[in-house]
Design a protein around this ligand. Structure first.
Ligand SMILES: [Zn+2]
Ligand SMILES: [Zn+2]
Length: 159
């Protein structure tokens, strides 16, 4: 895996860099991760806080407990990190990576809270043709691209 990983939120207000390979990649099914992500589980991997740099903007924080705080973009709500306050490591929410395929989860936490039909996802029927829908949203896409940018948003999106 690459030694430098970048990522950020959907709107582009927050971007970050990790200067080493991520470790301990896993998915967590716990109820707090479900709520924090608005999803059925949260994919996470660890890096030392000293190797994690916010390169644009500022992370917003919510203490989901006295021990843990969760970082997100205040502008668009993207969940970005999870950290145990007293530890010297941070966990990155893997869907926010610029290339989420770089990190492959190797275990899962909190199976007691797992969706009972979690194992059936891969067998779900694909939707019927979505080409027209993706073509319709493409011209007004405000999502930050999956790489660092000098300026964001680009000037033309403000007109
Ligand atoms: Zn954002
Ligand atoms: Zn969890």
């Amino acid at each position: 895996m690459t030694e430098k990983v970048t990522g950020g939120c959907q709107c582009g207000a927050v971007h970050y860099r990790i200067d080493q390979a991520l470790e301990n990649a896993h998915i967590c099914h716990c109820r707090m991760c479900q709520k924090a992500s608005g999803n059925y589980f949260m994919p996470l991997a660890r890096a030392p806080k000293a190797k994690f740099t916010v390169t644009r903007g500022e992370i917003g924080w919510f203490h989901s407990s006295d021990l843990v705080r969760r970082g997100f973009c205040r502008e668009c709500g993207t969940p970005l990190v999870f950290e145990v306050v007293e530890r010297d490591s941070v966990n990155i929410v893997l869907g926010s990576l610029d290339d989420p395929t770089l990190v492959r989860p190797t275990f899962q936490c909190a199976p007691h809270a797992k969706m009972p039909w979690f194992g059936e996802f891969d067998a779900l029927e694909p939707a019927t043709d979505e080409t027209a829908w993706y073509a319709a949203i493409a011209p007004s896409n405000h999502q930050h691209p999956d790489h660092d940018t000098e300026k964001w948003p680009p000037a033309e999106s403000r007109t």
